[in-house]
Design a protein around this ligand. Structure first.
Ligand SMILES: C[S@@+](CC[C@H](N)C(=O)[O-])C[C@H]1O[C@@H](n2cnc3c(N)ncnc32)[C@H](O)[C@@H]1O
Length: 322
């Protein structure tokens, strides 16, 4: 059986019998005023971070969510969109679609602002989305794409890129891992399906996104996720896995390469009121400005002793250069 088939089986089981330990969110579940998340949705939270960011959700966006799980994030997205068919949910596993459908009925009973028809559920594959080109403002996936091997990951990202409108956003949460993993772990279909042995280094993950054409990338969060240790897994050393929240924006690719924000800032502390690099970046005296890694490199290269450039925090929160 291929790893994609094993993945479907794993999530069929997880739809029929909620598995609280499967995947493991590293953030507290977002609670918003007036939002009640049914307990079963919380038990079926199979993600590893959050893809719901209020600042992505202005101007009445059309939202697509791939890999629905118990439906919790679709409910959270609906909280902001509050309209019929505002959120499209796609999943390849019938039982998961059915489980989330039931969960939305429960959610409707517990939330007077919510109607089940705010969410349109469709059967479909992340590798071949049943969605029109250039039709989506915000697309999201949580803890699905890390399961894919390189060829499928590229295809899944190309599909997301295709369906997004120009300047649309792909918001994702996935495990990443900086250490090499041996083939036994990599080829273990079940571990891969459980989001434990498919993850790749963050830099490679970002490159996959920029290779597909996304011109702006934001690393919004990076947190500890899991340890694979020799007692429990086929490894001779401890392997540390993190989880990241990343937003890829379908901006045109700049001529000098993508803008990747990893949480760096620049501070000018020279004798003038401001420093202007004549490339669109004006640094006011002693005011931090968020900069992408490309601008950080360019500012470092001019070798001034009155500009401080911070390390990446991997918690970029908007604003700044580019
Ligand atoms: C790890 S779970 C994450 C669920 C949800 N995003 C969450 O955060 O709770 C992966 C989800 O992707 C679905 N899935 C697996 N393979 C898929 C595919 N090829 N296309 C679309 N959905 C898929 C599973 O049925 C499951 O709902």
């Amino acid at each position: 059986m291929s790893y994609l088939e094993v993945t479907k089986d794993v999530y069929k089981e997880a739809a029929l019998t909620p598995d609280v330990g499967l995947c493991c969110t590293t953030t507290p579940i977002w609670q918003f005023p007036g939002l009640q998340i049914p307990t079963i949705m919380q038990e079926m939270n199979y993600g590893c971070g959050s893809t719901v960011h209020p600042r992505d959700l202005v101007n009445n966006p059309k939202i697509l969510y791939v890999g629905v799980g118990g439906g919790m994030e679709l409910l959270q997205f609906s909280y902001f969109s509050r309209q019929k068919e505002g959120v499209i949910g796609i999943d390849v596993v019938d039982e998961m679609l059915e489980a989330s459908r039931k969960n939305f009925v429960l959610a409707e009973k517990q939330n007077d602002w919510f109607k089940s028809d705010f969410v349109t559920l469709k059967k479909g594959d992340a590798l071949n989305l049943p969605v029109a080109d250039n039709s989506i403002d915000v697309a999201a996936q949580n803890c699905l794409f890390n399961i894919f091997k390189m060829e499928e990951l590229k295809k899944a990202l190309e599909e997301m890129y295709r369906v997004l409108k120009p300047n649309g956003r792909l918001v994702m949460s996935d495990p990443t891992c900086e250490q090499p993993m041996n083939d036994t772990l990599r080829e273990d279909e079940r571990l891969r399906a459980l989001c434990l042995s498919g993850s790749i280094p963050l830099e490679d993950y970002v490159k996959m996104l920029t290779d597909v054409g996304f011109g702006t990338i934001e690393i919004r969060a990076r947190r500890p996720y899991r340890i694979l240790d020799p007692k429990h897994y086929a490894t001779e050393e401890h392997i540390y896995i993190e989880s990241v929240e990343v937003c890829a924006i379908k901006d045109p690719m700049p001529e000098d390469g993508p803008c990747v924000f990893t949480g760096k800032s620049a501070i000018y502390f020279g004798g003038e009121d401001f420093f202007d690099d004549k490339k669109g970046h004006v640094l006011l005296q002693n005011q931090p400005i968020a900069i992408c890694d490309k601008t950080a490199g360019a500012l470092k290269n001019i070798n001034r002793d009155d500009i401080f450039i911070s390390e990446s925090t991997f918690h970029y929160d908007g604003g700044g250069c580019c």
